[in-house]
Each structure stands twice: as C-alpha cells, then as structure tokens.
Design a protein around this ligand. Sequence first.
Ligand SMILES: *[C@@H]1O[C@H](CO)[C@@H](O)[C@H](O)[C@H]1NC(C)=O
Ligand SMILES: *[C@@H]1O[C@H](CO)[C@@H](O)[C@H](O)[C@H]1NC(C)=O
Ligand SMILES: *[C@@H]1O[C@H](CO)[C@@H](O)[C@H](O)[C@H]1NC(C)=O
Ligand SMILES: *[C@@H]1O[C@H](CO)[C@@H](O)[C@H](O)[C@H]1NC(C)=O
Ligand SMILES: *[C@@H]1O[C@H](CO)[C@@H](O)[C@H](O)[C@H]1NC(C)=O
Ligand SMILES: *[C@@H]1O[C@H](CO)[C@@H](O)[C@H](O)[C@H]1NC(C)=O
Ligand SMILES: *[C@@H]1O[C@H](CO)[C@@H](O)[C@H](O)[C@H]1NC(C)=O
Ligand SMILES: *[C@@H]1O[C@H](CO)[C@@H](O)[C@H](O)[C@H]1NC(C)=O
Ligand SMILES: *[C@@H]1O[C@H](CO)[C@@H](O)[C@H](O)[C@H]1NC(C)=O
Ligand SMILES: *[C@@H]1O[C@H](CO)[C@@H](O)[C@H](O)[C@H]1NC(C)=O
Ligand SMILES: *[C@@H]1O[C@H](CO)[C@@H](O)[C@H](O)[C@H]1NC(C)=O
Ligand SMILES: *[C@@H]1O[C@H](CO)[C@@H](O)[C@H](O)[C@H]1NC(C)=O
Length: 831
Amino acid sequence: MAGQNCGVTVALLGVLLLGAVRLPRGAEASEIALPHGSGITVFIKPKTPPLPVKPCHIISSKRYKTSLTIKPGEKEVFSFSCHNPENHFVVEIQKNIDCMSGPCPFGEVQLQPSTSALPALNRTFIWDVKAHKSIGLELQFAIPRLRQIGPGESCPDGVIHSISGRIDATAVKIGTFCSNGTVSRIKMQEGVKMALHLPWFHNRTVSGFSIANRSSIKRLCVIESVFEGEGSATLMSANYPDGFPEDELMTWQFVIPAHLRASISFLHFNVSNCEKKEERVEYYIPGSTTNPEVFRLEDKQPGNMAGNFNLSLQGCDQDAQNPGILRLQFQVLVQHPQNESNKIYLVDLSNEQAMSLTIEPRPIKLSRKFVPGCFVCLESRTCSTNLTLTSGSKHKISFLCDNLTRLWMNAEKTISCTDHRYCHRRSYSLQVPGDILQLPVQLHDFSWKLLVPKDRLSLALVPAQKLQQHTQEKACNTSFSYLVASAVPGQDFYFGFFCPGGSIEQIQVKQNTSVTLRTFAPSFRQEATKQGLTVSFIPFFKEEGVFTVTPDTKNKVYLRSPNWDRGLPSLTSVSWNISVPSNQVACLTFLKERTGVVCQTGRAFMIIQEQRSKVEEIFSLEDEVLPKPSFHHHSFWVNISNCSPVSGKQLDLFFWVLLTPRTMDLTVIIIVVVGGGALLLFALGLIICFVKKKKKKKNKGPPVGIYNGNINTQMPMQPKKCQKGRKDSDSHVYAVIDDTMVYGHLLQDSNGSFLQPEVDTYRPFQGPTGDCPPSPPPICSRAPTAKLTTDEPSPGFPAESETKPYTFSHPNNGSTDIPLLDTHEPEEPGE
Ligand SMILES: *[C@@H]1O[C@H](CO)[C@@H](O)[C@H](O)[C@H]1NC(C)=O
Ligand SMILES: *[C@@H]1O[C@H](CO)[C@@H](O)[C@H](O)[C@H]1NC(C)=O
Ligand SMILES: *[C@@H]1O[C@H](CO)[C@@H](O)[C@H](O)[C@H]1NC(C)=O
Ligand SMILES: *[C@@H]1O[C@H](CO)[C@@H](O)[C@H](O)[C@H]1NC(C)=O
Ligand SMILES: *[C@@H]1O[C@H](CO)[C@@H](O)[C@H](O)[C@H]1NC(C)=O
Ligand SMILES: *[C@@H]1O[C@H](CO)[C@@H](O)[C@H](O)[C@H]1NC(C)=O
Ligand SMILES: *[C@@H]1O[C@H](CO)[C@@H](O)[C@H](O)[C@H]1NC(C)=O
Ligand SMILES: *[C@@H]1O[C@H](CO)[C@@H](O)[C@H](O)[C@H]1NC(C)=O
Ligand SMILES: *[C@@H]1O[C@H](CO)[C@@H](O)[C@H](O)[C@H]1NC(C)=O
Ligand SMILES: *[C@@H]1O[C@H](CO)[C@@H](O)[C@H](O)[C@H]1NC(C)=O
Ligand SMILES: *[C@@H]1O[C@H](CO)[C@@H](O)[C@H](O)[C@H]1NC(C)=O
Ligand SMILES: *[C@@H]1O[C@H](CO)[C@@H](O)[C@H](O)[C@H]1NC(C)=O
C-alpha cells in the first residue's frame, strides 16, 4: 500500500478525514471510516482470554461477529449485542508508516481515529515506523514525559507506552513506560514500533509524542532522561528482563540541573559469556579528564556527578554454546549536593595491618517514601552505598548523603601471633585510629580479633582507664563500651560489656578473643580519649578468664559471671582477683541466694581464697545457698568453676564488692579484748592448726586429680585444714590483726622466707606476678568443704576468733575428715 501514499507526507497525519460518529455505549451504533492511503487498520477483537460469561457480539450489517477488521478505504457501522462491550472487546488501531521509499511524515503524532470516534473499548494505538538503517528516528515525549516500569509493574492510570525497535528482522523491546517520568526522548534507527494503550474510560485525545528524523545514532537506541529537580529514575537495558541483544550498544543521556548531583546505582545485572570484547559501561562525565570512564558492571558506579552526562552499555560477542545473559536495571538518583560532598577526607591506613573499615547504611526500617541516596565516594567519583577501605594504603573519601546519620562505620583488625616464642610478652595498643575518628560518620563497632597459638599463649587486656562491667544495677553511661568475647570458632561466649570508669584493671583471657569497641552515642567523639586498651601476649593459662579488680572506696563494684543470661559455658572456670588496700575492708555480697545451676556431670564450685594466707572456702554452687555477705581485709580471689549443666539451669553469678575504711573495727577489738579468756583457747587451736598445716605441706606431691578437663588441672596441695569463721562479727575481729606479722611469723620456714607452698603448683604463669587464682579441689563435697584459718594470732597477741569448726570432707581420705579443731561455735551450714 505504501509507495504512493508517501507523497502525502506531513499532511497525511493531520488531514486524514475520518468519518466516525460517536454513539453511546452498547447498543448504539459506531461508525468508522478509514480513508484510502491512511495506512490505518482498525481491529476490534475479543478480549483474551474471553470473559467466562454470556458472550457478546459485534452486530455489523445485521450479522453477529466475534471480531471486525476495518481497512483503509473501508467504512463500518456496528454495534454490540451487550451493554458492556468494554469488558468483552478491545480495539487496536494499527498505523504503518513507511519511510523506506520516501520521506517520513514527521511531527506531532495524532490519535486517529480520534478517541471520541472510537467505541468505548480499551484501545491500543500502534505506530509502526519502518525506516532505513542510516536514519535516526526520535520519539519526543511531551511533559509529563515517561517513566520506565519493570516486568510485572503497572501504570496507575492504565496508560501504557510500549516501545520496541528492530535489528534486522528481529524485534527488540526497548521498554514499557507510564506517563509521568523523566524520559523525554528515545532515539532509534531502523524503525520503531510504539504502542499506546488507553483504557476505555480514558478520554485522552492526544498521543503525547512526536517523531523527528535524526542522523544515524550508530547504536540500538539512546534514551534521554531530563530531571527538573531532585528525583530518581529506574531504567533497564533493552529486552529486560531478557537478554540484551548480542554485541549491541545502548546509551542513556541525562540532563541534570546544574545545582544538583547525580549518582548511579546498579540494582540488578547479569553478564553474559563473552567470546570477543568485554561487556562494560562507559560514562561521559563533565569535568572528567579520563572520558569515557569505563567500568565493569560489577564495579561500583560513579556518583556525585554534576552536569549532564551519559552512560552506555556495550555488549560483547557471546559464546554461541553458552551465551549467558546480559541485562541491567539501574537507578539514577538526583539530589542536592550535600555539604559533605565537597569535603575530602583522607583516611591513611598505610601503617595499619590486617584492618578493614566499612562505611555502610545503618539498618533501618524500610518506608515507602522517597529516600534520597546516601553514598560514600572514593576519590569523589566512584560512589556506593557501602564502601570498604583496607589497610596498607591511603584513601580519599567524600560523602554524598543528605543525612550522614544514615551511615555508620564498622572496622575490624586482626592482631595475631603465630609464633609464641616471638610474641611472648609483646603488647599492642588497641585504639581507633585518629583518621577514622575524624570522619563525619558514627563509628559503630571497632573490633579487634586477637589470635594466639592454641594452648601456647593467653592474652592480658589492660585498659587505659579502669573498666566497669555493664550490669543492670550499674549500667554503663559512657558513649562506648568494650564487648569482650571469645573468637574461637564454635564457641559462642562473651565475657561482658565493659566501659571506662570502674575498677577492673585487667582482663586476662585464655585464648582467641575479640574485643569490640561499640559506640552508643555520637558523643563518643568527645569521649574518644577515654578509649584505649593494651593487649599483651602472656603465657597460657587454663582458666577462661581472670579479672583483676581494684575497687575504689565508697563505690560498689558490680561483677557478674561471663556469658551472663546464657550461663557460664560448661566446664570452664573464671576468677576475680580482688584487691583490698591495707586500710580498707571489702564486703563481698552475692545478689542471689542461689545460682540455680543444675549439673548434669561434674560439680559447680566457688572458691573464695584469701590471697595472703591461701585460706579458702569452697562452696558447691549447685544446691547450696550462696554465702552471706562477708568481709575481707586482704586481697582475695573469687573463683567459679562450672560443671556441665543441664540445659536451662545455667550458672550465673552476680556479686558486688564494697570497700569501707577499717576504723569501725576498733570497737570490735575492745569487745574482743574484754572477752579475752576464751580467745586464748582459740589461739591455741589455731596454732595447732598451723602445725598441722605445716606438716601437710611437706607432703608436697605432684598435682593430683583432674577436676574439669577444661580448667585448672593443676591442683593445689592437699587442702588446708584450718578454717576461719565467716560471721561478720568474726571477720571484724580478725581484721584488726596485721596478719603478715601474725601469720607470717608462723609460716616462716627455715630459710626465713614465707612459706607459700601452693604457689608453685597452681601459679599459671611465670614471672613476678602475684598470686594465682585458686583451683577447685580434686574431689568435691556438697558442703562447704575446706575451710582454713587465716590471720592467726601469734602467741601473746590479743587472740581473736577463729571460731568455727571446719569440716573437711575428702572422699578419698574417707568422706568424713577429722575435724582438727573443735571449737565451741558450730558453723551454720551453707553459709
Ligand atoms: C504523576 O506524578 C505526580 C507527582 O509525582 C503524582 O502526583 C501523580 O499522581 C502522578 N500521576 C500519575 C498518573 O502517575
Ligand atoms: C482495559 O484496560 C484496563 C486498564 O489497562 C484493564 O484493567 C482491563 O482489564 C482492560 N479490559 C480489557 C477488556 O482488556
Ligand atoms: C475527560 O476530559 C475532560 C476534559 O479534557 C475532563 O474534564 C474529564 O475529567 C475527563 N474525564 C475522564 C474520565 O478522564
Ligand atoms: C530529516 O528529513 C528531512 C526531510 O525528509 C531531510 O531534509 C533532513 O535532512 C532529515 N534530517 C536528518 C537529520 O536526517
Ligand atoms: C543474574 O545475577 C544474579 C546475581 O547478580 C544471579 O543470582 C543470577 O543467577 C543471575 N542470573 C542468570 C540468569 O545468570
Ligand atoms: C555522551 O556525552 C559526550 C560528552 O557530552 C558526547 O560527546 C557524546 O556524543 C555523548 N554520547 C551520546 C550517545 O549521547
Ligand atoms: C551546610 O553546612 C553549614 C555550615 O556548616 C550549615 O549551616 C548548613 O545548614 C549545612 N547545610 C546542609 C544542607 O547540611
Ligand atoms: C557492606 O559490605 C560488607 C562487605 O562486603 C558486607 O559485609 C555488608 O553486609 C554490606 N552492608 C550492606 C548494608 O550492604
Ligand atoms: C537523619 O537520619 C536519622 C536516622 O536515620 C533520623 O533519625 C534523623 O531524623 C534524620 N535527620 C534529618 C535532619 O533528616
Ligand atoms: C586461635 O587462632 C589461631 C590463628 O587463627 C589458631 O591457630 C588457633 O588454633 C586458634 N585457637 C583456638 C583455641 O581455636
Ligand atoms: C556517668 O555516671 C557517673 C557515675 O557513675 C557520673 O559521675 C557521670 O557524670 C555519668 N556520666 C553521664 C554522661 O551521665
Ligand atoms: C592480683 O591483683 C593484684 C593487684 O592488682 C596484682 O598485684 C596481682 O598481680 C594480681 N594477681 C594475679 C595473679 O594476677
């Protein structure tokens, strides 16, 4: 049909006379007349699939028809047999425009026949323009322009534009678009097919676009997006979600107001298997000296671009056997430049090792409203929502983000020792590098992984400022705290949260550990000077952890067992080394009456040991009530050893220590002195006790017995037999005695040095460290077992009370050991 008609040129589109009389819906007749040479064909077709109701028919020339085709030069008068034909039929108006054999009719495209002339059916206008390969055809869309939608999406007003082109004979889908977007022009060559779908109720009278001729674009298509202000657009490669045609080129041009910045992010993509060439994207960015900037699809894409730019997707020659699929869906986001976007931060990690810093979006609840992008840019160019900087180099970063509180930073650093001979006693400072602190983004976590050779070395963590353990009773109120946790794979176990401003001087941990500085408030920046921990590699020891606590007067020190809430892991032991200054007395109070632990195998124990005298009290944690508040005049150990508990009946221990000056004891002394007579007896008893004890010490055999495979396997020597009273009043009494004098005198051995028989056996590390945490006894009894006197009076010194009987039961020695001393005050069990 084409050849002759082309002469009509521009006039054709505009002047076409269409005799169509609009009649009311349904029974009323419609008339459609299509002039010769119009190139228009109208099809009235049943909806597919047909409605499963009473059928409706087209009545034309008094005959019932299921479809109707009206060709150029024909006229049809028809009506429908039902009242709602829009539910049964659709109308398709196809116009062929052939530019191959003559000039094309360019200009604004009309809806022909006009919508008012068509029956009120869903209508699809299709313009099929065939053009020579060398001719560029440009579709121009009037405001409100087009918005591309992905597969499965629909347009709110039901108006849909489907645009396709062709490569040789093969149709290529360029995209599906709604009204209301940024796409202003689409350039193609070799023809274009544009389908405009209007729902029957839509009385749109204009096509909304025009066609212009352009010189060849030398690619599949160019899509232009114009932004008038802030906003975003999602765009897709041709044929999306199917594969982009092989070895093709497609370009998007972006027109961005000068005061705004644009950033690209790839939402979804796939790459094919290339035989020749590489699939890539290329950018022309104003101001860039390296245009075109070429990226792989896997790369972070540029952001923070000022001015108009374009982006091209280049395919490759695919492997015929296994072509794969190239496709791309991306977003361009246009927003105001942020203050921070002009500021470049230098993050110098060149002197760091095994460290990485990730700047990423804080997890937030998704909302449906438009959220401007928030990017971190490397060298101000490659921007992404998530950037990881690694140690060993310097990084220049900037931010393109409306609200930097939407980002946070997480860092990780590994400090490992592979050769224990080399690292022994080396120490490292755990500090957040200053270059990280200067960044305008909140540091969330800085995590140090401290790795040591298994069973060779342990770790000592010494904070710059003494630490407080976070507890409910005394919560950390600093802007950050340290989470100390096991870093042994499969061991999900933490020691607790600790923050500056407490009494914990040192935390020693057995093996691989992670220390995480976690911030809770932006004020960390001001408090950052309080951070700082030193880690040292120390000889291996077998307890899970040892806390060195030096309480300050007047402040209760709250301490709780590691892995609080989930319970101390099976068969582990932990100790607290609690210092008591010479003029103070420490009150040790357990907050719960019982621990609640129920053992499946093994026994759970607590040992409280006076460090100087080694006097220890052993409590079963399983069924005994925890000790009542007790007073300690000298530094002491609290050690707990877990059994293998039944699930749900875990071991948690929570206690506090309070120091008070010793002055009050004077009154007690007087009372004691007044009650003098009886004390002589005690003194005598105590001497006996020590004689016995000394004897025992000669019995220095190899460590015997293994309590828990996991913990101190070295046993103390035969447990001490003397016991000290535990009533508060008693404690007051003996507290006034300077026990170095008293006790030391008795213990001096022939060399004149103090006898400290247990030290060698269960001292965990060499070097001039202090005493070591007590170990559980080889065998356990359920009652407080060994109780040993301490602070014994020397003869002639005002004697004081060591008032309670001790019972020492040791199944190996016969379950009822001989009480060595029968004193007049029976001890309350379970104390
Ligand atoms: C077009 O966009 C405007 C503003 O974004 C919106 O209010 C309107 O509902 C949109 N119309 C359609 C048909 O999508
Ligand atoms: C007409 O178009 C509307 C909107 O696109 C659609 O919901 C409806 O199903 C269509 N009707 C027919 C008969 O195709
Ligand atoms: C039809 O068009 C008229 C004028 O253009 C407008 O006032 C009316 O709201 C439209 N009706 C529908 C259903 O869109
Ligand atoms: C567009 O078409 C006109 C007339 O057909 C022709 O003169 C002109 O050179 C064409 N322009 C381009 C860029 O091809
Ligand atoms: C496309 O890429 C995604 C990941 O980006 C992958 O999960 C998916 O399997 C790929 N699809 C194909 C067809 O290769
Ligand atoms: C892309 O932009 C550059 C620079 O503005 C321009 O030279 C080039 O022609 C553009 N390419 C396309 C396909 O628009
Ligand atoms: C940019 O920074 C200035 C001063 O630092 C401040 O007054 C202004 O509110 C900031 N603007 C934005 C958009 O953050
Ligand atoms: C950022 O990247 C890191 C490392 O690739 C990844 O672990 C993290 O989940 C990412 N975060 C987000 C929010 O995507
Ligand atoms: C910035 O983001 C945070 C959380 O993402 C939000 O609470 C805050 O209100 C935002 N501030 C501004 C100025 O939008
Ligand atoms: C601790 O980490 C080091 C290094 O990764 C490893 O060799 C060692 O076995 C780990 N220790 C434990 C107890 O898993
Ligand atoms: C935190 O608590 C300590 C006392 O425990 C108090 O001296 C300090 O002022 C508190 N700091 C803040 C920021 O509340
Ligand atoms: C116990 O704490 C004191 C005081 O801080 C210290 O001198 C001693 O070395 C510690 N003992 C051990 C075994 O850590």
